[in-house]
Design a protein around this ligand. Structure first.
Ligand SMILES: *[C@@H]1O[C@H](CO)[C@@H](O)[C@H](O)[C@H]1NC(C)=O
Ligand SMILES: *[C@@H]1O[C@H](CO)[C@@H](O)[C@H](O)[C@H]1NC(C)=O
Ligand SMILES: *[C@@H]1O[C@H](CO)[C@@H](O)[C@H](O)[C@H]1NC(C)=O
Ligand SMILES: *[C@@H]1O[C@H](CO)[C@@H](O)[C@H](O)[C@H]1NC(C)=O
Ligand SMILES: [Zn+2]
Length: 297
């Protein structure tokens, strides 16, 4: 009896409330009709939005095709990283491994910017305006103070960076592989340097895998905006959820891996049938930051 009486009371209340609301609604209808006649010319709120990363005219047909594909993979990688966090939040072991006890909003946001942020001016070019591509081992660089929103991709990238389809293949593991072995994670790093994406907040707080794991436990506030952490997390989530479902290729970090990188100097050639080593050429990646500091990983 009591619940029934309560709902009757509620019905009564809503019909009492309804009468003044109905009066308001009638007035609104008049106003809408007046405005509708006068304002059909308003533009869409997002007129001029740029949803694809612009590729500069200096890129020829093959470079453009390959860059388009690689940037598509970058968006796919970031999209999945975001979706993994949205689905599992901080209960994900992968999340806890890389971001510790940090709240999830910030990393979701950085990945979302890569996927859905406005891309006007975030240009990728194929000429060599700053002369850096001649330097051995350079796959590309952020133009820094010469053009903060621009990234140069050097010829080396086209012959050394791997597709996401080969994630967990070729001997790669997340723990011991270079973050720029796959083109998608390499470009993720480059995008975070562009102020429009990384806002100068995503930076290099820790680089090597073991430092990244450490940062999650000691400074999770920095882990959520650490460029390498975001790359490692995206790779491991994609590997575990998509590439080799339920298994992935996290690997076990070995302290010698950075020495291996330093001692290997072989540059794969276009005619070589050999697979470039996971940790060799791809790992020898340098770029110059706005303050002139050269950064090699
Ligand atoms: C585009 O440029 C690259 C690097 O200069 C070159 O290797 C490639 O052959 C060019 N592609 C075409 C279609 O000319
Ligand atoms: C996960 O988030 C919840 C809700 O904010 C919080 O109570 C909990 O401590 C977090 N757990 C970890 C491991 O960070
Ligand atoms: C996360 O862990 C750090 C270090 O263990 C601690 O100082 C901090 O208060 C924790 N933050 C939250 C939100 O639990
Ligand atoms: C900017 O341009 C100058 C002059 O061409 C060059 O020396 C410098 O290395 C460039 N900076 C970057 C970050 O490439
Ligand atoms: Zn960097």
């Amino acid at each position: 009896m009591a619940p029934l009486r309560l709902s009757l009371l509620l019905l009564g209340a809503s019909s009492v409330l309804a009468s003044p609301a109905r009066v308001v609604r009638q007035e609104t209808v008049y106003a809408t009709q007046t405005v509708a006649a006068a304002a059909p010319s308003s533009t869409a709120w997002n007129a001029g939005a740029v949803s694809d990363y612009p590729i500069h005219s200096s890129c020829n047909a093959t470079e453009r095709a390959q860059l388009t594909r690689a940037l598509g993979e970058t968006v796919k990688l970031a999209q999945h990283a975001k979706e993994h966090i949205l689905r599992w939040g901080n209960s994900s072991e992968i999340y806890q491994k890389y971001f510790g006890n940090a709240s999830t909003g910030e990393p979701i946001g950085w990945f979302e910017k890569v996927v859905n942020g406005d891309k006007a001016g975030v240009i990728f070019r194929c000429d060599n305006p700053d002369g850096n591509c001649a330097q051995e081992g350079w796959g590309g660089h952020w133009r820094g103070s010469n053009a903060t929103s621009e990234t140069v991709i050097c010829p080396l990238s086209y012959s050394t960076r791997w597709s996401l389809e080969s994630l967990c293949g070729l001997g790669y593991t997340v723990a011991n592989g270079a973050t720029n072995f796959y083109w998608a994670s390499d470009l993720l790093h480059r995008l975070f340097h562009v102020p429009k994406i990384g806002e100068g907040a995503v930076e290099h707080y820790a680089g090597e895998y073991d430092e990244v794991i450490d940062l999650a436990q000691t400074h999770s506030d920095e882990a959520v905006k650490n460029s390498d952490t975001l790359q490692y997390f995206a790779l491991e989530a994609y590997a575990f959820d998509i590439a080799v479902p339920g298994e992935g290729c996290a690997g076990k970090w070995t302290a010698t891996s950075s020495e291996v990188v330093a001692s290997q100097t072989s540059v794969p050639t276009a005619t070589s049938s050999e697979v470039p080593s996971v940790t060799s050429e791809a790992a020898k990646e340098c770029h110059t930051h706005a303050d002139g500091v050269e950064h090699c990983t």
